[in-house]
Design a protein around this ligand. Structure first.
Ligand SMILES: Cc1ncc(COP(=O)(O)O)c(C=O)c1O
Length: 424
């Protein structure tokens, strides 16, 4: 056969092929999903969209000059360390700086050995799952929870068992009966996943009493806790209760953190924090030749200059202002249709719809009115919200001056839905 014949044969074989046939079972189960971040199908916004659906920091606050400064200094350093494979646990100086920050802010006495750097907190959770989970293992998660993590859990074929929440976080009283039931059925429970502080999507923060109870139950049943702390630094005024890692003395709790919400999501730098021998284990499952060494060093320089602390301080005030402005406007314009509790920090308002409004209808109609929000069901493993009809609003990214208009458009959508004029 000549080259042309081979090419033709290959084209016949591969062109327009259904590649999902090649996918493994876990991937196939994810292929059937509609994307959780997709806009409603077939609906066009009437006006330029105000995006209240994405959990990313305010773009105007990106400290570009400071990062440029750090980048320049990093590049000017002699040697090539920033330009070669990093392997292992990530850049030691950055790990040490995180350890200093945790020791200072959280009352733990830890050093760099307690930190492994990762590709964001999503990368941290993925690494933990790939290291610990066999198909069919149980992960207990509060419900609702961050949809990206739910996809990750499905991707490793874990069986996600859920515990409901209220305004004070996970209903830990329901945890023990569930654990007993699962153990009686011979199931392996690998860890309990919680977003204990400024939760996504509910905004709830786990109370101190519940934190203590959670640790007590986990200790009694010898189950690891995975605390996803993406928003723990972004409280407005009131400091959240003591972190689970501090309360536990650092044992039996893995915490994942990230620069995504305190600085920028595109950096893709996060970490796993926990007992050194445990943290080391995760390095065994890394096959991607380490992280981006340049960005780790730029971040270390940025932190060394004391700039991160100042940036976080400013972010707290800005997001408090944005949350207050949006919440006031939503109450003023849509109070008849919605109720919600103001969070102590983080990125989200979890909004309960009243008057029998359906979240899906409001999501679709709001999109047509020119405002993107997220339907509550996206945050449930079962794709069903047992406690009502809710939408999640993310306020940090939207410019301050657009927030009131965003609230007005949500109100207009609610009004339309109440009158039966539903988009789609
Ligand atoms: C609770 C939670 N965990 C993890 C992530 C992933 O963040 P990243 O991988 O950018 O750190 C997010 C992003 O929205 C989140 O809300």
């Amino acid at each position: 056969m000549n080259t042309l014949d081979i090419q033709n044969q290959l084209r016949r074989r591969w062109h327009s092929r259904d590649f999902s046939e090649l996918a493994g079972g876990a991937t196939r189960s994810l292929l059937t999903d509609r994307g959780d971040w997709d806009p409603p199908e077939g609906i066009e916004p009437k006006r330029e969209l105000i995006r209240l659906a994405i959990g990313i920091p305010d773009g105007a606050t990106l400290p570009k000059p400071d990062l440029l400064d750090s980048a320049r200094r990093t590049m000017q350093k002699p040697g090539e360390a920033a330009f070669v494979y990093g392997f292992g646990m990530g850049y030691t100086r950055l790990r040490a700086l995180l350890a200093e920050r945790y020791s200072r802010e959280r009352g733990l006495q830890v050093n760099e050995d307690w930190f492994q750097l990762t590709n964001g907190s999503a990368g941290a959770i993925d690494l933990i799952c790939r290291t610990l989970i066999d198909p069919g293992d149980v992960i207990i998660s509060e419900s609702p929870t961050y949809m990206g993590t739910l996809r990750n859990f499905r991707g490793v074929r874990a069986d996600v068992q859920t515990v409901p929440m209220d305004a004070d976080g996970m209903l830990v009283d329901q945890l023990e009966p569930l654990i007993r039931e699962l153990k009686a059925a011979g199931r392996t429970i690998k860890f309990i996943y919680t977003i204990s502080t400024c939760h996504n999507p509910t905004g709830a923060t786990l109370s101190l009493a519940r934190r203590q109870k959670l640790l007590e139950i986990a200790a009694a049943h010898d189950i690891l806790i995975l605390d996803d702390d993406a928003y723990g630094e972004l409280y407005f005024d009131q400091r959240p209760p003591t972190a689970l890692s501090t309360l536990s003395g650092g044992y039996g709790v893995l915490t994942v953190g990230t620069f995504s919400k305190i600085l920028a999501t595109g950096l893709r730098v996060g970490w796993i924090h926990g007992e050194p021998e445990f943290v080391k284990l995760f390095a065994r499952m890394r096959f991607a030749m380490g992280l981006n060494q340049l960005i780790l060093r730029i971040l270390a320089d940025y932190m060394d200059e004391g700039r991160l602390d100042r940036h976080i301080q400013a972010a707290r005030s800005l997001y408090k202002l944005k949350m207050t402005k949006f919440a006031d406007a939503l109450e003023q314009h849509a109070g008849k249709y919605v109720e919600f509790k103001r969070p102590i920090g983080g990125f989200y308002l979890w909004v309960n719809l009243k008057q029998g409004l359906k979240a899906r209808d409001v999501w679709q109609t709001a999109f047509e009115e020119g405002v993107a929000v997220t339907p509550g069901v996206n945050f449930f493993a079962s794709r069903h919200d047992p406690d009502g009809e809710r939408i999640r609003i993310a306020y940090p990214w939207t410019p301050l001056e657009e927030l009131e208009e965003g609230a007005r458009r949500i109100a207009a959508a609610c009004k339309r839905v109440a009158a039966g004029d539903i988009a789609g």
